[in-house]
Design a protein around this ligand. Structure first.
Ligand code: ZN
Length: 925
């Protein structure tokens, strides 16, 4: 595409910056300094939609006389002054770009305009706390939304030094990447804070924070080994959540991370301060803005959190901290190499959690949670190599996915096994030394890794980073057992046989019937090979003769210790073993459950067998993260992969197992994290208890099942406004003690129960409103939206549909990102028969929604309303191509070849999920 900047609307209104445009611009322009003033004097006025923003920017141009453009998505540009010349804004300003014609060798441009407050989590998000009416703002830019706040060269390889000035109420916290340098009175109760200039950095990691946030301060004492000085630490969250902030614990994790990364990288933390702001309605887990990380406030635990949630928060904190080096200090040139920061941060973050915190089992979580994400993503038709081909910003936005993060990190784990940890860390240090404050690409990292490790890496990245798809590994057992692999790149259809360094374990039952490791063997599979012999004998070798008679129970586990990235196919004897016997080692158990889940999703293991194994064995899973994951998968198996005819029976069976876990009478202890995890899944399972079509003639049995479910849910709500009369001894505690003794009932538990009751038609709008009135918080307001939309009445579904499609409530209020998703979640919470009439109305809306909304809101809308809950047609897996929803989806794709790739990608992936669920249902028994 020819990308010469012009004054045409087709150019100046274009938001979707291309790689080609970015390349040309960075060849032409070298950025020096930004001076940015953002005036939030209007932030408290709910009627004010915009704020004033002024950017002055100096840059040089390699080809004087030529033109370039700034990015700015705005609500009006007042003036553009280039090198002292006032440009005609009508001529040079479009909806998202500003033309800069006739450049000099060195240039200064100043843009003054109005930008918009956001409710989508993109740009400058404004949030009013429903519990106290206070207003909070924060920014979120990646990949390219700084331009929604100030005029920029919005691409990662045009780094600049930023001096921010922020005006806001004098009693607010006003913060940015760098510390406050000065403050001036700005009149009318306002103040302007000047921040210190930043080191060179990309636009997408600049940030502003404003509002009456609660603040905690502490420090990290530095690191003599690397010469790192003392770093001031701070935490922020909304005042109404301050009571729930466990600041000491977060500071401890932060300090442990700084110690760990300095030991590892030996490059002093380069950004001065380390702030972490927990913010509302955040679209992601966190963002690595140097000096001021933003994180979702879901990590401020106002309801009781399990150990797995604390671990999740620690993992996010470490991931973002790793970015201070991988991403912030050395940045990818363009979004093709997004993995170069995300895969590394994911890997380094998990490593830091495993080695520097109490969560020493972090690799177990990685094995079942992160890798699970990667396996799903890597089997879509849309999958891509880890090093992706990202032609434009919309494609970049879609690539924050399971490949870039989880598969990339899994493959790095394999790379560390391949080259050795010391070589890998030495290469990282050299990479920082060589590219600090600049940009880099894949070749730059591989070049240092080859130098340092002395290994020829010509083939490794081709096989692992530049192909797509999941390898499959299995063991052909016998006299000389062989580890086998196969793999096909779904994008090219070509066979890919990757090099693997891994271990194969053998397990046999101990006296208690638990599978314990009896041998482990190192195996190296060469690139291009379909397999490798598993050496026998030796201390670490194959000990088949030891305790395994013919037909004895045994597990052979390829990829024991989870070193490589692959779908594991267990042989039939191993499947039989793990369906009946628990595995003692937590990482091995995670690897086994991941294999069973993959087999279920591939139609190789009936959903009923997965659910049965979960009912029998989940009590042995001591790790609450793995326990929650397996329970959640069993619930999904029933909803998505079980044939309609067996769903009710499986719900009853799984419900009974969960009730036993709740009761505290078995291996799950009353008041434990696992009891809480069981309650969460019980509430999700309960939503489906009254689904029509589950078992047409089993209505009476169904009603019994519903009655039992309602008793459990009501026991959680006993004694709460709108709660039913308690069971048991007639008191709230007594009722609960009869069902879930020791369960800590808080807002999360109450609303999990209320949402399920609403979905079952057992909690009407009035009851939901009373429950909300009793405790108004940002979270309860969102949960209330889901519950309200879940009430199983056609009229309610119609209202919910209209709200999501228009992005507004019935009384005209704009739905923010979280509220939009909450309504969509209610719409699909239960009773697919009530949503079915809307399916034909879905397809004609798609292109309008995509063009009419931000990418974030459009993705939530289109993903949230996709008609995913369908029953298979009779006639086996191949008959499912004729399913009317599949046919409609494919027809839409065929009729919209020109739709934006990012929009098509959502539809392709959701359709692929649907086809998979229908085929597995149809193959099931
Ligand atoms: Zn990241």
């Amino acid at each position: 595409m020819v990308t010469t900047p012009t004054a045409e609307p087709a150019f100046l209104d274009r938001t979707n910056l291309t790689r080609e445009e970015a390349r040309e611009r960075s060849a032409l322009v070298t950025v020096h300094d930004y001076d940015v003033h953002v005036d939030l004097g209007t932030a408290l006025d709910a009627q004010a939609t915009g704020f004033r923003t002024r950017t002055s920017l100096t840059f040089s141009c390699a080809d004087p006389g030529s033109s370039t453009f700034l990015d700015f998505i705005h609500d009006g540009v007042e003036s553009v002054v280039l090198n002292g010349r006032c440009l005609d804004t009508a001529q040079v300003c479009g909806g998202s770009r500003i033309l800069l014609p006739d450049l000099a060798g060195s240039n200064e441009v100043t843009v003054v305009g109005t930008a918009l407050y956001s409710t989508s989590g993109e740009g400058l998000h404004r949030f009013v706390d429903p519990s106290d009416g206070r207003t909070y703002l924060y920014t979120q830019y990646e990949p390219a939304d700084a331009r929604r706040v100030f005029a920029t060269f919005e691409q990662p390889d045009l780094k600049g030094r930023f001096t921010f000035h922020l005006t806001g109420p004098a009693d607010w916290v006003l913060a940015s990447n760098q510390p406050e340098a000065a403050r001036r009175d700005a009149g009318e109760g306002l103040v302007t804070v000047d921040f210190s200039p930043t080191p060179p950095m990309s636009t997408y990691i600049t940030t502003l924070l404003a509002g009456p946030y609660a603040v905690w301060e502490d420090r990290w004492d530095g690191h003599p080994g690397s010469g790192a000085p003392v770093v001031p630490l701070s935490l922020y969250c909304r005042r109404s959540m301050a009571g729930a902030m466990d600041a000491e614990r977060v500071f401890d994790t932060t300090r442990a991370g700084l110690d760990h990364f300095h030991d590892l990288f030996r490059v002093p933390y380069p950004w001065g301060r380390y702030g972490q702001a927990f913010v509302p309605e955040y679209n992601l887990g966190a963002m690595e803005n140097p000096g001021l990380v933003t994180l979702t406030e879901d990590y401020v635990f106002s309801s009781r959190a399990t150990r797995a949630q604390y671990e999740g928060r620690a993992t996010t904190i470490m991931h973002e901290m790793a970015h201070m080096w991988f991403g912030d200090l050395v940045t990818m040139r363009w979004w093709d190499d997004l993995w170069l920061k995300e895969s590394f941060a994911d890997y380094m973050g998990t490593l830091a959690v495993a080695e520097a915190t109490e969560f020493t089992d972090a690799w177990t979580t990685f094995a079942h949670r992160r890798k699970g994400w990667a396996y799903v993503q890597d089997q879509y038709p849309t999958t891509h190599p880890i090093v992706a081909d990202i032609a434009d910003l919309e494609a970049a936005r879609q690539n924050f996915d399971g490949i870039t993060y989880a598969k990339g990190a899994s493959v790095l784990k394999q790379l560390v096994a391949f080259v050795g940890r010391e070589a890998f860390m030495a290469a990282s240090r050299e990479y920082f030394a060589r590219h600090a404050w600049g940009n880099a690409a894949l070749q730059d990292f591989l070049a240092v890794l080859e130098e340092v490790s002395g290994r020829d890496l010509a083939d490794w990245p081709v096989q692992w980073l530049q192909t797509a798809g999941v390898p499959e590994l299995w063991v052909r057992d016998g006299e000389t057992p062989v580890l086998c692999q196969r793999g096909t790149d779904p994008a090219t259809g070509r066979q890919v046989l990757r090099p693997h360094v891994l271990r194969v374990g053998r397990y046999a039952p101990d006296d208690g019937g638990r599978l314990v490791r009896t041998a482990v063997t190192d195996v190296e599979v060469a690139s291009g090979a379909t397999g490798a012999h598993i050496a026998a004998g030796g201390a670490a070798g194959h000990e088949a003769a030891g305790g395994e008679g013919a037909g004895a129970v045994r597990l052979v586990l390829p990829n024991d210790e989870d070193l490589t990235y692959a779908k594991i196919r267990l042989d039939p004897a191993s499947v039989a073993a793990v369906l009946e016997h628990p595995v003692t080692d937590s990482l091995a158990a995670a690897t086994v459950w991941a294999a069973l889940w993959n087999m279920t999703r591939d139609g190789l293991l009936p959903a009923a067998d997965f659910v049965g194994a979960c009912c029998r064995l989940s009590g042995h899973l001591e790790d609450v993260g793995l326990y929650s994951q397996v329970l959640g998968q069993a619930e999904t198996a029933i909803r998505r992969y079980a044939p309609a005819g067996v769903r009710t029976g499986l719900r009853v069976r799984f419900g009974a197992a969960l009730r036993e876990a709740l009761s505290g009478s078995g291996s799950v202890v009353a008041g434990s994290d696992r009891q809480r995890a069981a309650m969460r899944v019980f509430a999700l399972l309960a939503r489906g208890a009254a689904d029509a079509g589950d078992a047409g003639d089993a209505e009476d049995a169904d009603h019994d099942a519903v009655r039992g479910v309602v008793t459990v849910l009501e026991s959680v709500l006993a004694g709460w406004p709108g709660g039913a009369r308690p069971a048991g001894d007639g008191t709230a505690e007594g009722g609960r003690a009869a069902v879930a003794p020791g369960l800590e009932v808080d807002a999360e538990m109450r609303w999990a129960a209320l949402q399920a009751l609403a979905a079952l038609g057992r909690a009407d709008q009035d009851r939901l409103d009373r429950a909300l009135a009793a405790e108004v918080t940002a979270q309860t307001a969102v949960w209330h939206r889901t519950a309200s939309a879940a009430v199983p009445e056609a009229r309610v579904r119609e209202q919910a549909w209209t709200a999501v499609i228009t992005g507004r409530t019935a009384d005209g209020r704009v739905l923010s990102n979280d509220h939009l998703s909450a309504v969509a979640a209610g719409f699909t919470a239960s009773r697919p028969d009530l949503a079915a009439p809307f399916t034909p109305r879905y397809w004609p809306e798609l292109t309008g929604i995509w063009t009419g909304r931000s990418n974030g809101l459009a993705s939530r809308t289109i993903g949230g309303l996709f008609p995913a809950a369908q029953d298979a047609l009779p006639g086996g897996p191949d008959a499912q191509d004729a399913h009317p929803v599949v046919a409609a989806a494919r027809a839409w794709l065929a009729e919209h070849p020109e739709a934006p790739r990012a929009l098509r990608r959502i539809v392709v992936e959701r359709t692929d999920d649907l086809v998979r669920s229908l085929r597995v249902q149809a193959a099931g028994r």
